[in-house]
Design a protein around this ligand. Sequence first.
Ligand SMILES: Nc1ncnc2c1ncn2[C@@H]1O[C@H](COP(=O)(O)OP(=O)(O)OP(=O)(O)O)[C@@H](O)[C@H]1O
Ligand SMILES: [Mg+2]
Length: 729
Amino acid sequence: MSQLLSGLNPQQHEAVTLPLRQPSGEPQSALVLAGAGSGKTRVLTTRIAYLIQTGQVSPHGLMAVTFTNKAAREMLTRVSAMLPITTRGMWVGTFHGLCNRLLRAHHREAGLPPLFQIMDGQDQLAFIKRLLKSLHVDEEKFPPRQLQSFINGAKEQGLRACAVEAPDEHTRRMAELYAAYDEQCNKEGVVDFAELLLRTFELLSRDGLLAEHYRSRFAHILVDEFQDTNRLQYLWLKHLAGRQTPVFAVGDDDQSIYAFRGASAENMRDFERDYPGYRLIKLEQNYRSVGNILAAANAVIKHNRHRLGKNLWTADGEGEPLRLYQAATDGEEAQFVVDEVRALEREGVPCSEVAVLYRSNAQSRVLEHALFSAGIPYRVYGGLRFFERQEIKHALAYLRLVANPADDGALVRVINFPARGIGARTLEQLQDQAAAAGVSLWEAARRRSEARGQKPEGARKGVEGFVALIEAMRAATVGLPLPEVVQHVIEASGLLAHYRGEREGQERLENLNELVNAAGAFVQETEENDLAAFLAHAALEAGEHQAVSGEDALQLMTVHSAKGLEFHTVFVTGLEEGLFPHEQSLLTPGGVEEERRLMYVALTRARQRLYLSFAHSRLLHGQTRYNVPSRFLQEIPAELMKAVGGGAGAPRRAEPATAPSRGPFRPQGLFPPACGSEWHVGQSVLHPTFGRGVIVNYEGRGPDARVQVRFSDAGLKWLMLEYAKLAPA
Ligand SMILES: Nc1ncnc2c1ncn2[C@@H]1O[C@H](COP(=O)(O)OP(=O)(O)OP(=O)(O)O)[C@@H](O)[C@H]1O
Ligand SMILES: [Mg+2]
């Protein structure tokens, strides 16, 4: 045991060994509140091992919630490295993963079919479009994406359609569509991500015995990245813990980056109220980054207000200065990354220890192109992910039909893929018939294929052939090992033959093969041979996994997906106004502060070396944009950075290193005038007539300067600065 605890600092030691009960016998909960790299995740993992080793909990008597499946796997690997136990079957996973497990075990009580399917975001959008069409709702008036976020937003707050407040006609109609959506989901036996949580929450609230069962089963609940739990997740945890189970949560308010998804620092405050006698533990030593990196991160985050406030220090040296690179174009920026990665390789830093971060997925294309041309192996997280690829989605749709023919979404996807002569019209007819008879599309197709002679020969054959195909697949795969089921389905469906005949089909064939491997790995890892479980796994992993063999590869990802990770070297690219901070954030109250936390996350991923770069022009979404450097660059003290490289066409104006380290945009040098020294984009302002608003744009200078302000009540307005009587708010 001393080995487990050795090397921990006193606060970490306290957190790891905190008893499960207070002296009074009440449960002892704890909140570890600490900055990036202070060892929160390490403490949480070590605590799991410690409690098991000292016999205070059994491996199956605790639940740990992580933010990604990858983090869950890492945690289990680390625990099994510390203890001679098998970690299989332990309740360690993401909120979604754990809810899925609960719902599979209690599907009947939850009102779900045994083989219910999970829809990812794309499936859900397609589902909504289908629904709107069948209800003859105008997509212009009710855009599918808007309805999707309306539904997810409501679910994340724990609200069913009947509980949604509808102050106006439009919202009332949205709520109706939400109700219709839920009804159709139930009919088809599919659930979306948010539903996993809400359904579990409702189940536990309704079924007292079941809730009691889990409360007595889990002697302890641990949560990593607590700052990003949303309201429903928080309530879920609280419900599961009941009065007797202590909760151990670790988090960092400065890294809360999902506010837009309903996560809230409010949960941190409620913790205090909900867990009386809880222990607050602060960790202040950073073990990850050298001094300069830490100082830069601290300086940036200092610009946020309403922080709980933490001091981070490191025993490490200062390290080298941060490297700042200004490129003329995004292509030049990508080339810079290529050159530096090569140099790093020569220095002996393996590619897998280097991460290239960007704010939006769309930015990866140029980087990927440059890396590919240079022959540098790379791996993209969060791009087009393995389980989201077209060929994989098709194969999964066939598998879903084998598991549950009532899955309309799956049927629509593959009824005519590969092509078998079933046109849009036939599908529409099927949809009408299904709606009229109140049955699934599958059932409608089956009836139709039985009704020989009534339909044009070709179409009937097509539908008939499809029905026969799926039935044959179902019969042929009964009792087969999972990988063989997958193999059979991709062959019998005609997908293999189809992609073999495609010019660019090679990669798709490899991916389909990889799906068979993934099924094999799944069986090995989980000892389950259950198709429904595998499909759930595929849906839940869709956000993370990228099928690349285990070679040493450069890591490309968005800042969001880098949360919790660390690398020897990090490139933070695209540091431009409008990109990072993202332009949308400028329109939302608190948006820039959230972007700043995101910047803090980005900076604190690096251990030794940090590159910051921006491009004066960038081609994005088919448009060339001319950019000014991100305000966040200005917030880093000049003495911590040095300019490097000097892109071929980059205008070398004032050194950013001499830019002021604090305050709003200054009209000087590299940072062009925003809208006069007092004003900057993103600033909150007060207008005598229009009230409160945020500056979102500007043009002109001096007496001609105008600003565009988005007012909370009065909407978007252009104002002449000289006359507008604006005051900072
Ligand atoms: N007491 C310690 N001695 C040596 N190294 C430590 C110690 N505590 C943590 N570390 C190391 O510091 C690094 C950061 O730890 P960890 O990832 O747990 O931090 P964190 O607080 O979870 O960070 P984040 O907020 O980014 O998730 C890891 O490499 C970890 O192994
Ligand atoms: Mg962590």
